[in-house]
Design a protein around this ligand. Structure first.
Ligand code: ZN
Ligand code: ZN
Length: 363
């Protein structure tokens, strides 16, 4: 997208516009924080994953969908005040303009463009470049400084096309028609994306979900996601029809539930897990995953590099993930780069990481 660029004589120094602090990225001239991990007076939130979107701020500025997701997860009182950011429309706070641009990560996810006095910094939050039928696609924004995540910032992480991974799942369902396929997927974004991809592949049977993902899935449906017939596992009376009820069916649950007692209720299940981490075979084995699906909502190594180049930024700041490797790569192609060492951000694909606690508790 194109945004008009002011060119005043005096340019603000980047290190005065955004400063990493223990509470999160702070913008002193506007006195706001982006994705703060501690309660602050005024927060701008990139997306609804619980390590980026926390409750208890005085005021929150975010996209309509992100505000709705936060209210679903934390209750209507998740913040003192809320303000909706309309994609593409700048909001001035102090002398700084902020605009929200789609990040392609989950429904409502946005990059935040921070601009003042001829300096433009893009805070990308979490993002991916692969098409996702359940959210708006990432839009590169030309900028002076690009702030990127690096969850999968190592050459080993190259994600195959998600539809081919879903093809493996459907092939397994065909080969094992008696067995229940239990697919671990994060409750916000991944679960709904996997269901949409299953539908795009032509699968028409009902899809069953764990109760923890019911509210978010209903929200996706209300926002137009094409997920077909989705049923909550608990609403099906298994006693009445016997333990074979879910044989041959696909059940989606939070990653933490795969190894739970909950999963043992199904007859001879095939356990599956949709995550970028499934590229690492040892990790799949360690989690007892029989059918690993490499489906990620984060950019892989190639897409991180392609995105950095597309922004035209001369300087790259890396927030979380494999920061050192990406910073090193930037150096090899002549880009200035540094890790920000922000703390408090986990990876929502990981069962044990921040953000899964609320899934596990919500059964
Ligand atoms: Zn995220
Ligand atoms: Zn993140």
């Amino acid at each position: 997208m194109t945004l008009a660029r002011p060119r005043p004589a005096q340019m603000m120094r980047p290190s005065d516009l955004l400063i990493p602090t223990p509470a999160g990225l702070w913008c002193p001239p506007a006195d706001i924080y982006i994705d703060p991990v501690q309660p602050v007076a005024r927060a701008l939130i990139t997306h609804g994953h619980s390590d980026h979107a926390r409750a208890g701020h005085g005021a929150v500025l975010a996209t309509r969908a992100t505000l709705a997701i936060m209210a679903l997860r934390y209750g209507e009182g998740f913040t003192g005040q809320r303000q909706e950011a309309v994609p593409g429309e700048a909001i001035r706070i102090g002398d700084v303009d902020f605009s929200f641009v789609p990040a392609g990560h989950v429904l409502g996810s946005a990059q935040i463009v921070v601009e003042t006095a001829g300096l433009r910094i893009v805070v990308s939050g979490d993002y991916k470049r692969e098409r996702d039928p359940t959210c708006a696609g990432f839009e590169p924004v030309r900028c002076d400084i690009f702030i990127t995540e690096a969850t999968f910032g190592l050459p080993v992480f190259r994600h195959p096309p998600a539809h081919s991974e879903v093809g493996k799942l459907l092939e397994s369902v065909r080969v094992f028609p008696e067995r229940t396929h239990i697919v671990g997927a994060y409750s916000l974004g991944k679960a709904q994306r996997v269901m949409a991809l299953i539908r795009e592949a032509g699968y028409e049977r009902p899809l069953y979900i764990h109760g923890a993902m019911e509210k978010l899935t209903e929200f996706y449906l209300s926002e137009g996601a094409v997920l077909g017939d989705v049923r909550k596992v608990a609403t099906v009376d298994r006693k009445a029809v016997g333990r074979k009820t879910f044989g041959g069916e696909i059940v989606i649950c939070p990653p933490s539930a795969i190894q739970d007692l909950w999963a043992r209720k199904f007859p001879d299940p095939v356990t599956s897990f949709a995550s970028g981490w499934m590229r690492i075979r040892a990790r799949a084995r360690q989690k007892g995953v029989e059918l690993p699906l490499i489906i990620s909502d984060h950019a892989d190594w190639d897409d991180l590099q392609a995105t950095i180049r597309e922004t035209g930024a001369g300087e790259i700041w890396v927030t979380h993930g494999e920061a050192e490797a990406l910073v090193h790569w930037c150096g090899t192609v002549g880009l200035k780069a540094k890790p920000l060492h922000l703390v408090g951000y986990g990876d929502e694909g990981e069962a044990d990481a921040a953000g899964e606690g609320d899934d596990a508790a919500a059964v």
